[in-house]
Design a protein. Structure first.
Length: 237
């Protein structure tokens, strides 16, 4: 059961500094703030489903989100993550297409929803916002292209090292001189990102621990040697 919560004004939102809404004019920020609704999602609740039509923009206020596609035999393929300040589903909204993937809360989250008409008003009137949005679209497409190349050309060991480094860049938290990936992914989720079997990921993580590249704390992974992982990932050649 979804729970509507009192909206925090965009002017006071702590996530806006990490959002494409950061530099909106006062008038446009007011348009967004006055018309949005905020909803709390429990861990595991779906925010939108692949194949449905977008009715507006989702913006992450709190929590972490996974973006995934359903594959054959119910197997997921995780293609991206959302964090506070991120927009969800905006490419489908702009292209007037159905969602190409689903979004689910990886932990308890608060998501703001901006109706399509209000979002498009800002989009059509603020040229700087359009430029930033298009730059973000191009950046995400570049990341997807890199993932496709990785799946095709890199070994599973290389892909896992690459994935851990990318997760570190997005969700790192300093801890005792090391960097913890502050997202509690199941080993199945990690396998779905890498594109391999869960058993293979478990075996490779054990190897990385023996090689003192990583440590684990429950489901969370601590990066001990990012340069060593980068070498495995073939970032330097």
């Amino acid at each position: 059961m979804l729970k509507k919560v009192e909206s925090v004004s965009c002017e006071e939102c702590h996530s806006r500094n990490n959002s494409l809404f950061k530099d909106l004019s006062d008038d446009h920020l007011c348009t967004i703030s006055e018309n949005k609704t905020c909803t709390k999602y429990k861990k595991g609740q779906v925010i939108f489903y692949e194949g449905t039509r977008p009715l507006g923009l989702f913006c992450v206020n709190e929590g972490k989100i996974k973006i995934y596609k359903d594959g054959s035999q119910g197997k997921e393929q995780i293609i991206n993550f959302g964090k506070p300040g991120d927009f969800l589903g905006y490419r489908a909204l702009l292209s007037e297409e159905l969602y190409a993937a689903s979004a689910m809360a990886l932990e308890d989250a608060k998501i703001c929803f901006v109706p399509k008409a209000d979002f498009m008003k800002v989009f059509l009137e603020d040229h700087q916002f359009v430029k930033k949005l298009m730059k973000s679209v191009c950046h995400e497409m570049g990341i997807l292209e890199s993932k496709i190349i990785n799946l095709a050309q890199k070994s599973v060991r290389e892909r896992l090292a690459t994935t851990l480094l990318l997760l570190k860049e997005t969700y790192s938290m300093e801890t005792s001189g090391s960097q913890m990936i502050d997202i509690a992914l199941s080993r199945e989720d990690l396998a779905n990102i890498v594109g391999t079997a869960t058993e293979t990921v478990i075996r490779l993580l054990a190897e990385f621990k023996v090689e003192q590249l990583i440590a684990t704390e429950g489901k969370k992974i601590i990066i001990l040697n990012p340069k060593g992982l980068a070498k495995i990932a073939d970032f330097y050649g």
